[in-house]
Design a protein around this ligand. Structure first.
Ligand SMILES: Cc1cc2nc3c(=O)[nH]c(=O)nc-3n(C[C@H](O)[C@H](O)[C@H](O)COP(=O)(O)OP(=O)(O)OC[C@H]3O[C@@H](n4cnc5c(N)ncnc54)[C@H](O)[C@@H]3O)c2cc1C
Length: 385
């Protein structure tokens, strides 16, 4: 029986798919356009700083991480399960009161929303999600949704949360409630790195076209019995000849401040401002910055200049602009697939008898969704062979 498979793309979806197919006895090669594995989960090391391509946390409650025994390999440092918000010129600390009673005053504060609005949000979490946009589903949670939840979720969906599918949003909220997300000591890339062991990956090879007997790359033809297209939605649609789609884009800025001037480990949000969130990331994982400095990671959705960002940071962190030293920024054009109402939580992975698809756009846009889609593609393919 012929069992040669080419997996296009070494992101989480492609890596998980290749790993499972290999375990099932297939001969698998991954073709990756770039020079490293991990796709959107990448980390650079610059002058002693650990710079992830985007503020990206890993939730140890994700079932695909648990079933792959990945959690124990990641050396995850948990983030505090709360946030700080600038509301009406006051800094309010809110979070899971079961983790710390210090969150209670902020959770109960009127500034973060009325009691009934908070109750309606809890009711929303406990009921089945309607197939509408999140803005409509959470209308009853009024000011609490508008000020707190919406601002937090903007950093999760990397777009206006009002527009996204409520079913998808609830799925991700469920994981946030269940797990305690963290960061690997070695940067976000530790997750794909843990998956690559023993896999055959050909780097710097871009697939240009699918053929009947394999694929055409920028370095010649590669033959195989099956192909798994495990790339982001925009390029996948190009390769599969489907209509073009749009993905959300975001930018993450890195600045250094002298160690000690920011002491909190909490993510800080600003109601109604351009900065989506900002965190002194090396206060959570000390290895992210060299001694004497603190690394600040800041996410925005709009194009802004470094000067504009610095001025927002100064206001958000209540520090002089001169304290922030620019390190680097990453503009990620195709950050996350848009998951709008009506889109199912899982889309089909079979394209034809010999072509399968994987990628976060076929599931809930997240590491869990990417890994799961890779598993589903591997299982569908092996059932066919
Ligand atoms: C800023 C940001 C923050 C995020 N935060 C979180 C978070 O906190 N929690 C969470 O769960 N998820 C988060 N995510 C989402 C998560 O990172 C992605 O859902 C996941 O990494 C997507 O994996 P993938 O394999 O589907 O796609 P990708 O990672 O995009 O992998 C596709 C791979 O295919 C390669 N490729 C593309 N075209 C070709 C070609 N023609 N030939 C060969 N190779 C090709 C690419 O180089 C890439 O390596 C975040 C994403 C971003 C961008």
């Amino acid at each position: 029986m012929s069992r040669e498979v080419l997996v296009i793309g070494a992101g989480l979806a492609g890596l998980n798919c290749a790993k499972i197919l290999k375990e099932k006895g297939f001969q698998v090669k991954i073709l990756e356009a770039s020079s490293r594995a991990g796709g959107r989960m990448a980390t650079d090391f610059v002058d002693g700083f650990t710079l992830d391509h985007g503020f990206q946390v890993i939730n140890p409650a994700y079932p695909e991480l648990i079933s792959n025994h990945l959690v124990e390999k990641l050396d995850l440092i948990p983030l505090p399960k709360g946030i700080e918000m600038q509301i009406d010129n006051r800094l309010i600390l809110m979070g899971d009161p079961f983790k710390s009673l210090f969150y209670l005053p902020g959770d109960l504060s009127k500034s973060s929303g009325r009691f009934m609005e908070k109750l309606r949000f809890i009711q929303f979490l406990s009921r089945e999600a309607p197939e509408v946009d999140l803005g409509t589903a959470l209308e009853a949670a009024g000011g609490f949704y508008q000020k707190v939840i919406r601002n937090f979720l903007m950093g999760v969906f990397l777009c206006d949360p009002d527009l996204v599918s409520t079913r998808m949003a609830k799925e991700l909220l469920y994981w946030f409630v269940k797990g305690n997300p963290g960061l690997p000591r070695a940067g976000a890339q530790a997750l794909p790195a843990a998956l690559t062991q023993g896999l055959d990956i050909e780097f710097n090879t871009r697939v240009l076209k699918l053929l009947d007997s394999g694929v055409a790359t920028d370095d010649g033809v590669r033959k195989a019995d099956f192909v798994v297209v495990a790339i982001d939605e925009v390029i996948a649609k190009e390769l599969l000849g489907k209509p073009m789609v749009e993905m959300n884009s975001s930018t993450t800025w890195y600045h250094a401040v002298p160690q000690g001037v920011i002491s909190t480990k909490h993510l800080r949000l600003d109601v109604g401002q351009e900065v989506v969130n900002s965190i002194a990331i090396s206060n959570v994982v000390a290895d992210y910055a060299p001694s004497g400095q603190t690394l600040v990671s800041t996410t925005t959705l709009k194009d802004q200049t470094e000067k504009e960002i610095r001025s927002e940071l100064a206001r958000l962190w209540e520090l002089p602009e001169s304290k922030f030293e620019y390190i680097k920024h990453y503009q990620i054009k195709n950050s996350l697939p848009k998951h709008l109402p009506g889109k199912p939580l899982l889309s089909p992975v079979k394209v034809s008898e010999r072509v399968f698809a994987a990628g976060d756009y076929l599931a809930v846009p997240s590491q869990q969704g990417a890994l799961l889609s890779g598993r589903l593609a591997a299982e569908a393919l092996s059932a066919k062979s």
